[in-house]
Unconditional design. Sequence first.
Length: 258
Amino acid sequence: MMTSEQTGRPLVRGPGAVRERRDSREGADSCSGCPVVRVCLPGVVPAMQIPQVESMVVHQRTIPAGKALFHAGEPFAWLYAVRSGSLKSTSTDIDGREHILNFHLPGEVLGFAAIYYGRHAASAIALTASTVCYLSFTEIQHLGRAFPALSLELLRIASRSALYTGRLTGDHNATVRIAAFLLSLSGRFRAQGKPSSEFDLFMSREDIANHLRLAPETVSRVFSQLRAQGVISVRRKAMRLLDEERLQGLAGPMLPYG
């Protein structure tokens, strides 16, 4: 059996193992045919050069809702680009309580935190059925020599992640946190070319509360207050931002928020 030392690339073992392969991609399965390529890592190069960087994508996998893409403690083998669906990154404290670190939307890349230690410190769980592209970090490094924009984009993504974490750990009240969170979602949907003032909350109120370090009833109360003030309209998962300027004013201490 080949080892990672022999191939120079990580080989993942286990029932759900994904082994690196370099098959050609055409049509809808290619980066060029992906609807979110312009906000994903390959999209930082000119459109005509995207086929030249598709070698970084070695596999695609569909993750059912509620299932893990990877678990905390697993060795670092890949970076992951969300092609469709949504995921959450979670860690567990010594008392077994889950903490949601971030949510991940189409076009976004996750797995960076594992590069330094060589193991994932968090788990990634699919909130909805999600398709994920496995990216070879070795190949990205190689391509970065020919396409410096790739290396710069990796730094930008890592910087944004650090900023996001820093803003979240600040001492901000519930209204500020929720306003910033809604604006962050709005901006991320806008980057995908989707409506940014009307979108579905793909996560539960409990997950929002967990992520923002709030109680679920606090999230519901602030939503009700913002709705009464004419700032938002929310019905179940359907969110509409009615007064983004007011929302930005409320979120001020946490902006920019990633």
